[in-house]
Write a new protein. Structure first.
Lengths: 528, 164
């Protein structure tokens, strides 16, 4: 026995030595490379350079909340029953005992109360949906205000806007699935919005609902759209979004050693991968905390949609539909009726034409800007928002408009809270929706111009050394400049020098070295 | 098309017919055509709000002289804006308020929109009292109930009709 035990490690060590420095991992990768050739693509992927700036994390939040959405969504499909068949509830939640409700509602209540960790999963799904769309919007704002959408990245901007629209659409559809009183009323409104479209409205609504509202199939149809069709399209577009990101490489803020023709940052492996994995776990953990601590969409309190005549005060949709709800509230009642036809402008304009204009403006912006600035150059260096006052003002104005509409979706709650009449609240928003964007846009434009005029803006401030002479005179002398005072926040974080990577020619040109200026270990600069 | 016809009794959600002495002035009840309170159509487009405004006959508009016996008036509960149930009643001002987008309808004047985005009055259901003292419909609605749509004519598509 003792001889075999002593011999074994020696054999292993020998076997390990025979495998080379990277051991079995290298062997496995070699085997794989022999068969499908992973080395070339893997090198491009692992060598992908990520410039370091906090604002570049926003898109990652969207990506990781989408992963949480997929994971929790799969869990929910195991228990949710997409059916409008009426059943009577006799479950653990006593207040609903004996109440008629749809299978969809019943299974959602059971999922929340009778399935282990079901409520947590439902709330994680709902929270991550809200965070998904919010992070897309903030990510989009970053892209917009820094000019990252400019040539050559117009296509990726277009894909991003499409993803935003799909996310909003799927959020609304998913919100409708539990068939509770609030979401049922939301569906009623959606049906009426479709009806408002001239020529085709009635046909569209009947086509989608399989007849008149509410019908018996809309939950089933929405279910398959929500869990299969739109997620597949989102996944495909997400792949294209990230594929283009690798192909076109990241943009970067101007700074030491950064030009239009290189990209400076940390490589995918090992630095960025370690960081982003941690960040993914943080996003997941944050959503888990929210879902565990903050109640969201308590459908058992709303009741089922079987009694469609009920609905009460303070009915607000999820946040991303707020701007449409607000627009519907403040629109005057301008219905046209003539020659045997009706055009309900009070619905058509705020709920169909306005979002159409808004998203088409988003799609068209890169091309509009190129047209008006006659700037047909390739741009890999980002703009500071202050250096593009007109664009910044336009973006700020549009965001102000959408935010004002969002606030207008709570007219009833605001009127109640501030003890003012609904009429006053409504007129306040009817005026604000025109005034606020103008004021915000103008203020943004002025602030940009003011910031451009500030001496040494964007540079780290130096301490002043104040001393008093014998005569009682005070003098202020700036302290000595420190290394990294210029654009320090733009530089990649150094990683330990112990990680040595062999230089390999990839990505459209030879790499110029692991540390361009000799002082930022682990930061790489590659040509585009 | 709603299910209201000449002589249809008004019942509550439990199917109980409404007697003329059931509701005090200022009271309100959601009613359906008898027997249809749990049907899709009953829930989606027939739902009607019954209000007793006063104890004597109420004339809301010219041409509706007989529609409001003993102070009862009935309006379609589907908002003419987006079809939400007009479920809030401001008793002192006698206003029906839609909880979704805050359209307000004046109950005494034929539910004419007084405020908010709703473009049209709520259609009024002509009421009568049968020989047993129960509330019945004199006829169906004289126009399409609910939100506007392309095929809606300015006359409202005639008696009892609705969208599609």
């Amino acid at each position: 026995m003792s001889t075999t035990e002593a011999a074994k490690p020696r054999t292993r060590r020998e076997a390990k030595a025979a495998l080379g420095p990277y051991g079995r991992v290298q062997q496995a990768v070699d085997e794989l490379d022999d068969r499908i050739g992973v080395a070339k693509g893997g090198r491009v992927f692992l060598d992908k350079i990520f410039p370091d700036h906090w604002s570049f994390m926003l898109g990652e939040i969207a990506l990781y909340s989408f992963i949480v959405l997929l994971a929790t969504g799969v869990f929910l499909t195991l228990y949710f029953v997409p059916s409008q068949t009426t059943v009577v509830y006799h479950g653990v939640y006593r207040p609903l005992d004996g109440v008629h409700m749809s299978q969809a509602y019943l299974s959602t209540v059971n999922l929340s109360f009778s399935v282990r960790s079901g409520l947590l999963m439902r709330q994680m799904h709902h929270w991550s949906a809200d965070i998904f769309i919010a992070s897309i919007v903030v990510h989009m704002a970053r892209i917009f205000f820094t000019g990252a959408f400019r040539k050559p990245r117009e296509l990726n901007w277009t894909i991003g806007i499409t993803l935003l629209i799909l996310a909003i659409l799927n959020g609304f559809i998913g919100y409708s699935l539990p068939d509770d009183l609030v979401s049922g009323t939301g569906l009623r409104i959606a049906y009426s919005i479709l009806l408002s479209i001239p020529f085709v409205g009635s046909y569209l609504a009947s086509f989608l609902w399989g007849g008149n509202f509410p019908g018996h199939i809309i939950i089933e149809r929405f279910y398959i759209i929500h869990v299969l069709i739109i997620p597949l399209v989102i996944l495909g577009l997400l792949g294209a979004h990230l594929g283009l990101l690798v192909r076109q490489k990241h943009t970067q803020f101007p700074g030491k050693g950064r030009t239009e023709h290189n990209v400076v940052g940390t490589p995918m492996f090992p630095t960025f991968m370690a960081k982003t994995t941690g960040f993914m776990l943080m996003v997941g953990g944050g959503i888990g905390l929210l879902a565990g601590l903050a109640q969201i969409n308590p459908i058992w309190q709303f009741g089922p949609y079987t009694d469609a005549s009920k609905i009460s005060y303070a009915v607000q949709p999820d946040w991303y539909m707020g701007f449409l709800d607000g627009a519907l509230r403040i629109m005057p009642s301008w219905e046209w009726s003539a020659w045997g036809h009706t055009v309900p402008w009070e619905v058509l304009f705020p709920a169909v034409i306005f979002p159409g204009l808004l998203f088409n403006l988003c799609f068209a912006w890169p091309f509009l800007e190129r047209h008006f600035t006659k700037d047909n150059e390739l741009h890999n260096l980002l703009d500071r928002p202050r250096n593009r006052p007109k664009r910044t003002a336009a973006g700020a104005a549009v965001f102000a408009l959408v935010f004002t509409l969002f606030a207008a979706s709570s007219t009833d709650v605001l009127a109640n809270f501030f003890h003012v009449s609904l009429n006053v609240t409504l007129w306040f928003f009817r005026i604000s929706v025109f005034v606020v964007p103008v004021i915000v846009g103008f203020a943004a434009w002025r602030i940009c111009l003011e910031m451009q005029g500030v001496h040494g803006i964007g540079k780290r401030k130096r301490a002043l050394i104040v001393s008093r002479s014998e005569a009682g005179e005070y003098t202020a002398v700036p302290s000595e400049p420190r290394p990294g005072d210029d654009h320090h926040e733009l530089e990649a974080e150094p990683v330990p020098r112990t990680i040595e990577l062999e230089p390999v020619a990839v990505g459209g040109g030879p790499r110029t070295g692991t540390s361009p200026d000799g002082d930022d270990a682990g930061v790489r600069r590659v040509n585009r | 098309m709603t299910d209201w016809r000449k002589g249809t009794r008004l019942v509550d959600i439990n199917g109980r017919p409404v007697h003329k002495d059931d509701i005090q002035p200022g009271g309100l009840l959601t009613v359906y055509p008898a027997g249809l309170q749990h049907t899709d159509n009953g829930q989606a487009i027939d739902q009607t709000v019954l209000i007793r405004v006063q104890s004597t006959k109420l004339v809301t508009q010219k041409g509706r002289e007989t529609w409001g016996p003993t102070g009862y008036v009935a309006y379609s509960k589907m908002c003419t804006h987006l079809g939400c149930p007009v479920g809030l009643y401001e008793q002192e001002l006698e206003l029906l308020v839609c909880p979704c987008h805050q359209s307000m309808f004046n109950v005494r004047d034929g539910a004419v929109p007084q405020f908010g985005p709703a473009p049209r009055p709520l259609p009024q259901l002509p009421l009568a009292i049968d020989d047993q003292g129960y509330l019945v419909a004199q006829s169906g609605y004289d126009q399409a109930v609910g939100p506007g749509f392309w095929e809606r004519t300015s006359q409202g598509n005639g008696p009892g009709s609705t969208q599609t």
